[in-house]
Design a protein around this ligand. Structure first.
Ligand code: RNT
Ligand code: ZN
Length: 417
């Protein structure tokens, strides 16, 4: 069967259940992922001092072709974007500034250091998102930054994050699309601390000081990201989910749900409907933990699909920002982007193709038998043909053919590094 016939068959099946396939394709095309720059260089960044990756983050693998500078990293991201259907955004970390070989400490960064990124983003019609970098630095080695008991250390990081938010707002204004600034800090302790309350009190003070500076919501959207534990912060993490959820509520600041930052049996999908009732918007870090917060490349899993379903069922797709967060150095890094981004979009497609209205009718009519039967049946519906149609409309290979283009780039560019 050729693609046209396969798509027509698929569309007919979904439409038979009341799903508007054209509307689904339009909703997908209107959704941008935020592609994280740090997969291309194993979370290294472009600062002059060769800092070790810290903050409990670890990248394993030594696949050849890691991006070594800003030009290589941009080229790699474009190579990835070329095989991802739709229009997307790029997510930067403060340590990826264009510092021109000069030592610029984190409390000295300026919009100018990101002017090259803004020009590049404009040329390629990409939005930019931003992150303060509160790890891989001598002043984060104690394990504490914004929750530190040392006033000097805390002051340094408050200044850094303030500058990052200002840079984000500047990017949003320049590119005429609000920049999502996400704040994640590594703060915590390897072993039992008797100062949980004190550290969290200090973190609250730091956040109050940072967010006392207002930026226009048209340019900047703020988010704070919790975590459960990290390497070296197994016993205590100051920025827990409870802490940030409480701090953010009513303040117009989003919480970020990273799929790797919860207990392995905890459902992140189940959090969505609650959070959406008390927060205007949400940020997702789509990641894949394998036994722990391992940041594996995202795949089309039940977990990711269920998160997408909960967003779609709540009618909240425009209120949720979808960013990717993984780093794998054991496979081709450009392919890693493509695999993770395509899987995330496929999960969203599956969610959008759900015959939710019909399922709700069964539910309201008190017919859980039909509800379960239909939920099971649609699992084997031909969503692949709709995916291929999406790719065709965006001039991107629908099937495994995308890998040929990435392999070509590997031969021409990556292998020569
Ligand atoms: C760390 C957080 C955070 C980082 C990036 C590099 O556990 O997930 O989002 O991965 O900021
Ligand atoms: Zn994250």
């Amino acid at each position: 069967m050729d693609h046209e016939a396969a798509f027509a068959y698929a569309a007919e099946k979904y439409e038979g259940l009341g799903v508007d396939v054209e509307a689904v394709l339009a909703a997908l095309a209107a959704t941008s992922l935020s592609l994280h720059c740090w997969q291309a260089d194993d979370v290294t960044g472009f600062e002059t001092a060769e800092g070790e990756l810290g903050g409990g983050l670890a990248v394993t693998g030594n696949y050849p072709g890691k991006a070594r500078n800003v030009t290589e990293l941009r080229d790699d991201m474009l190579a990835a974007l070329a095989v991802i259907p739709g229009r997307h955004r790029v997510n930067l970390h403060a340590m990826y500034g264009d510092f021109g070989g000069r030592k610029v400490d984190r409390n000295q960064i300026e919009p100018d250091h990101f002017a090259g990124w803004v020009d590049w983003a404009r040329r390629h019609d990409l939005g930019l998102d931003f992150n303060a970098t509160c790890f891989s630095h001598p002043l984060s080695e104690s394990g504490y930054t914004l929750a530190s008991q040392d006033e000097g250390v805390r002051g340094f990081w408050i200044e850094h994050v303030r500058r990052c938010r200002a840079i984000g707002a500047w990017m949003g204004e320049r590119l005429e699309t609000p920049c999502v600034h996400n704040l994640w800090i590594p703060d915590g302790s390897k072993d039992t601390t008797v100062s949980r309350h004190r550290h969290r009190e200090l973190l609250r003070e730091s956040l109050n000081a940072i967010f006392a500076v207002e930026h226009s919501a048209a340019y900047l959207k703020d988010s704070i990201e919790s975590k459960l534990f990290g390497l070296g912060s197994e016993a205590f993490v100051a920025g827990s989910h409870d802490f940030y959820m409480s701090w953010a509520a009513g303040r117009g600041v989003m919480v970020c749900l990273d799929l790797g930052h919860f207990h392995p049996t905890e459902s992140v999908a189940d959090k969505i409907s609650s959070l959406l009732l008390f927060h205007d918007e949400l940020l997702l870090h789509v990641s894949r933990g394998v036994r722990w917060d391992s940041d594996h490349v995202v795949t089309l899993s039940d977990e990711v699909t269920e998160v997408m379903r909960e967003i779609v069922r709540a009618g909240a797709l425009p209120r949720v920002h979808i960013a990717l967060d993984f780093f794998d150095a054991s496979i081709n890094r450009v392919a890693a982007y493509a695999i993770g981004a395509r899987a995330t979009l496929k999960a969203l497609l599956v969610a959008l193709l759900e015959p939710t209205e019909l399922l709700r009718e069964f539910e309201v009519a008190g017919d859980p038998t039909s509800r379960l039967a239909l939920l099971e049946e649609v699992k084997s519906f031909p969503f692949g043909a709709v995916w291929e149609e999406l790719c065709r409309r965006h001039d991107v290979p629908g099937g495994p053919g995308w890998l040929e283009s990435v392999r070509g780039y590997e031969q021409e560019v990556l292998a020569k590094r």
